[in-house]
Ligand binder design. Structure first.
Ligand code: MSK
Length: 633
């Protein structure tokens, strides 16, 4: 798939029309992208790294382990299973740490908002009260900010808590809670589980792979039912719980006559402030002064998902499109915070008028400019950033916007929305969804989540989704997977008739929803935990998540966060399939992950690279659950 000489002549694996179109323009031919770097590397991936058997934990190595070969164990004697388990647990800890740090920022922003020190406000009072109940906070006769302050402080304490269990574990199905208790994997405090995982995987500490994996399970639960869930819920309370809305997605959302500012990263505090500042008359006047008709904010990656879901702000590109967005030459500034921002973006804009603006002291980048987002003056920071972007507008040189490439999507499917849409305004219940699963009109649920990956064809998500829909499996999507499916047209209500099996199409058409529901960003996978729990509690589909006809996949995972997510789903009883995992270098670990975990938590991991086979595995898993429930007529 080279475009370096003479354009994109063999982009076999790029099916996205906008990316193809852009890479064929002279303007973009000068840009080196990740596609070029993959091709130019010329060496295949290290087998030890891919199989998880490269140990760099101490300085006696690096030790490259070959399972079953006595002279190829670690210098310290570590076996393949120990090394693979340690590496895997560290991936889970890193992913959990990323969600945790994100969540902490959101909780701190929430506290400042409750104190009236930010331009934001407590928007979703119903959810505030529900969370207050979970945390045992009195709501009667109290002002929303007072309740929010107590909630924020209690939430913040969950990070540093040393003993007991995380509060939100009790939201899980009862049987799930009993399993976690019996296995000793209830997280005690969010930070504690990350720290303990790092300690236990240090040289010479935990040397028993199943014991290491037990801590990996505990750590992942601290992510899913702790950090990520806190982040999602408090962000919803502060910025509004998403409701269905129409929006646009893909490179064509950039505008010729406006100052294009893209927001890339994860933490919505910055993006929300930019959205507010972009409507400020003073800022709009500045934009007009330089000849622009306005400010066009557009999202990239998960920040894109956050503002798409809550405000209907368009998404210009997903993870694999971040360089393409800039290669258009039409962006005045890309404002970034944390996670999934490739270092190459600052190189893509060399020679262009575009600035990459880093905004978080935790994430700086060579050749970018840094404008710190000040949490005590969010609006001031946002206005300064936009003013900088506006000043770039007149410097815009050659540019190309693939104008025909923007797609209508309907997004905003929080678990409350799914409740509302499938249960009706007054019932607000998952019962109708359960009934449709029991009567077979919906075979089950397929979660398509996670990242995108330059080494694989960019239509993998699409192929999996279509196969699932054809077989009447309703698809819920998050992260960059959701954006990929939106770009391919699966988030339009009309797609139901085009792609679904007869009975699923009927359900979608009756409700007026698309067959692929956009549930949010990567931290919002916690919404799926809540939705699955609600289905269990509604009755008729078993006593815990492991009995539900549901299956998840992150078929193009790239980030460590995706593994943490996969691990918390498996530990919560949901079957999960990835394209690969770095555990195959140990037979014992491989067997444990793909089988042994099932005995412990009722679910396990699996891998498959071929999208159709992957979808068929998901369908088989769902059919198996239906069979066990006695509803597979
Ligand atoms: S941004 S973690 S590439 S989903 Fe959440 Fe996308 Fe994966 Fe980053």
């Amino acid at each position: 798939m080279s475009k370096s000489k003479g354009g994109c002549t063999s982009c076999n694996d790029i099916t996205g029309a906008s990316t193809k179109d852009l890479l064929n323009q002279d303007l973009a031919k000068q840009v080196r992208t990740a596609y070029d770097r993959i091709e130019d590397r010329g060496v295949s991936a290290c087998l030890f790294g891919s199989g998880g058997t490269c140990c760099r934990i101490c300085n006696m190595g690096p030790c490259q382990i070959i399972d079953g070969v006595e002279q190829m164990i670690g210098i310290c004697g570590a076996t393949a299973a120990t090394v693979v388990a340690r590496n895997f647990a560290r991936i889970v800890a890193a992913g959990t740490a990323a969600h945790t740090d994100h969540a902490r920022e959101m909780v701190m922003g929430f506290i400042e908002t409750a104190k009236g020190k930010t331009p934001h406000e407590i928007k979703d009072v119903e959810k505030l009260h529900a969370m207050a109940e979970t945390f045992g906070i009195e709501i009667e006769g109290r002002d929303k900010n007072e309740i929010a302050l107590e909630l924020g402080e209690k939430a913040l304490a969950e990070f540093g808590q040393q003993q007991g269990t995380l509060t939100m574990l009790k939201r899980a199905p009862k049987k799930q809670q009993e399993i976690w208790k019996a296995k000793g994997v209830e997280p005690r405090g969010i930070d504690r589980e990350v720290v303990e995982t790092m300690h236990r995987t240090h040289m010479g500490v935990d040397q028993e792979y199943k014991n290491i994996m037990k801590q990996a399970a505990r750590c992942s639960l601290a992510d899913g039912w702790g950090a990520s869930m806190l982040s999602t819920e408090l962000t919803d309370i502060m910025f509004g719980t998403p409701v269905p809305r129409r929006a646009l997605i893909d490179l064509g959302v950039l505008k010729e006559d406006q100052v294009n500012v893209t927001v890339h990263g994860h933490e919505p505090l910055l993006a929300e402030s930019l959205c507010m500042a972009a409507e400020d008359p003073e800022i709009l006047a500045l934009a007009k002064k330089v000849g622009a008709k306005g400010i066009n904010l557009a999202g990239v990656c998960c920040t894109g998902n956050e503002i798409l879901m809550r405000r209907g702000i368009p998404v210009a590109g997903s993870f694999i499109q971040q360089e393409m967005v800039l290669a258009t030459g039409a962006v005045e500034a890309m404002v970034v915070d944390v996670q999934c921002v490739m270092q190459s973006v600052a190189q893509v804009v060399k020679g262009k008028h575009t600035d990459i603006i880093t905004t978080n002291y935790r994430a700086k980048m060579p050749d970018a400019i840094h404008m710190q987002f000040e949490e005590d003056d969010p609006l001031g920071s946002a206005k300064a950033i936009l003013t900088h972007a506006i000043n770039n507008f007149k410097k815009r040189g050659d540019y190309y916007i693939p104008k025909d490439n923007k797609l209508d999507v309907v997004v905003g499917f929080s678990h409350e929305t799914i409740n509302y849409m499938l249960g009706g305004r007054f019932r607000k219940s998952y019962r109708p969804l359960n009934d449709n699963i029991i009567n077979g009109r919906i075979k089950g649920l397929g979660a398509l989540v996670g990242c995108e990956h330059y080494k694989y064809s960019d239509d993998v998500h699409f192929k999996i989704a279509v196969e699932l829909l054809k077989n009447n499996v309703l698809v819920l999507a998050t992260g960059c997977a959701a954006q990929a499916l939106g770009r391919m047209g699966l988030m339009r209500p009309e797609a139901a008739a085009e792609y679904c099996g007869e009975s699923l199409a009927e359900v979608c058409e009756t409700v007026g929803m698309p067959p692929v529901l956009h549930v949010g960003s990567c931290v919002d996978n916690s919404r799926l935990l809540i939705a699955l729990t609600a289905m269990v509690k509604e009755g008729g589909l078993g006593e815990d998540i492991s009995e539900l006809p549901a299956c998840g996949t992150a078929p193009l995972w790239m980030s460590e966060k995706a593994v943490a997510i996969g691990q918390y789903f498996v530990t919560s009883g949901a079957h999960v399939i990835f394209q690969n995992l770095p555990v195959t270098g140990s037979k014992e670990m491989n067997e444990f992950i793909t089988n042994g975990m099932k005995e412990e938590y009722g679910a396990c991991w699996d891998y498959e690279e071929d999208p159709i086979k992957l979808a068929q595995k998901m369908i088989k898993a769902i059919d198996g659950k239906r069979e066990a429930l006695g509803i597979n007529k």
